[in-house]
Design a protein around this ligand. Structure first.
Ligand code: UD1
Length: 353
């Protein structure tokens, strides 16, 4: 029987694209999600996609609603998989909160879900002897003062509670890896800025609240939901004065998770922890992104400059050579594809799922 992969937070933007790809690669996938920041409709879409695709089987997907902080729920999920003779072999852990500004307002909640939830999950994994773990970390762990490109070896010094919870988990994974007479296999993926959508236009980003991130806001302006894009600052030390980020197509990011799982399965070392940047290794300014979006989608995006956003940094992009070397993974899709696919999703689903 195929490997059974637990994807926590699998109903969210990254989770649904990763689960879809896992299923298409022949894995069985068990998704758990509390749905606090995602919708059951993404799961329903995935089920529909499986039914419509003759090469896939509905047995490949299981979904259970629940919270990673609920130890009894986690134990039930692992026990049920074991009892059905398809024990969970690996975990891709995406469940967590991700708003930097909320993390400053609600640090307890962020530590509880992002750190305590992960600790709980690892405890249950230990109990069921499931020791392969892909973790969703973030570029936010790097020091504010380090210049891009950011390498995995660059100074780590998160400056907001969200980033601190991610780094705390990475530290914990290191300690587990060093535990005598045990064998844990960990990959921590440090995401840069995932945007775009599945090329079918059936899966994409569907924030429950008003989005804070740039790309969904560009889409909102394109569709008329918002009148203007407000660009935070025009005198950043960049070639056109707007902030530079490392945008990566969501499908490339999803493929990065499959590559991480492949690596974990092939690597013969008894215990390891590897951190890997997932970006495109290319800095793109806000104006470049807006212009590309306008060009490929033939649509006008009105914008206006306002004051800088607190806590922002002028230039953030990755060095992605470690991902290529270790995972044999490289992003394949360019900025035009990100803009095109993201907009298709928006047109087909004006109100999200
Ligand atoms: C943010 C988070 C980061 C998280 C990432 C992806 C902060 C400080 N960082 O990164 O932890 O991993 O999202 O979820 O919040 N911008 C505008 N107008 C807008 C929105 C954004 O000009 O309406 C600018 C921002 O100033 C920034 C760029 O667009 O320069 C990208 O912003 P965003 O999409 O929020 O991503 P990050 O700030 O890179």
């Amino acid at each position: 029987m195929s490997e059974n992969i637990l994807v926590t937070g699998g109903a969210g933007f990254i989770g649904i694209h990763t689960s879809l790809l896992l299923i298409e690669k022949g894995f069985n996938v068990t998704i758990i999600d509390s749905l606090v920041n995602s919708s059951i409709k993404s799961i329903e879409r995935l089920k529909k996609h499986i039914v419509e695709n003759k090469s896939l089987s509905s047995n490949q997907l299981k979904f259970q609603k629940g919270d990673v902080r609920d130890i009894n729920f986690l134990k039930t999920v692992f026990a049920q998989a074991q009892d059905s003779d398809n024990p969970l072999s690996s975990v891709i852990h995406l469940a967590g909160l991700k708003s930097v500004s909320d993390s400053i307002k609600f640090p307890n909640l962020y530590w509880d879900i992002n750190f305590c939830g992960t600790l709980q999950l690892l405890n249950v994994m230990q109990e069921f002897n499931c020791k392969k773990f892909v973790f969703s970390s973030s570029a936010t762990v790097y020091s504010f003062n380090v210049e891009s490109p950011l390498f995995e070896s660059s100074i780590i010094e998160p400056f907001n509670p969200y980033g601190k919870t991610k780094f705390a988990v990475e530290n914990f994974l290191q300690d587990l890896k060093n535990k005598p007479n045990d064998s844990w296999k960990f990959i921590s993926l440090r995401y840069f800025n995932p945007i775009g959508a599945h090329p079918s236009g059936n899966f994409g980003e569907s924030p429950s609240n008003k989005p804070n991130n740039l790309f969904p806001r560009i889409c909102n302006v394109g569709s008329g939901k918002e009148k203007k894009l407000l660009i935070y600052g025009k005198d950043w030390p960049t070639f056109d004065g707007t902030c530079v980020r490392d945008y990566i197509h969501i499908m490339d990011l999803a493929e990065g998770h499959i590559a991480a799982l492949d690596y974990i399965n092939k690597e013969t070392k008894k215990s390891f922890f590897v951190s890997i940047n997932l970006g495109r290794g290319m800095g793109i300014s806000i104006l470049e992104l807006v212009r590309t979006f306008e060009q490929v989608n033939n649509i006008k995006i009105n914008f206006e400059f306002i004051d800088k956003r607190a806590g922002d940094k002028g230039v953030v992009f990755a060095d992605c050579s470690k991902a290529k070397e270790i995972l044999d993974w490289q992003p394949k899709r360019n900025l035009s594809q990100m803009c095109q696919d993201g907009w298709q999703w928006q047109i087909k689903n004006p109100n999200g799922y």
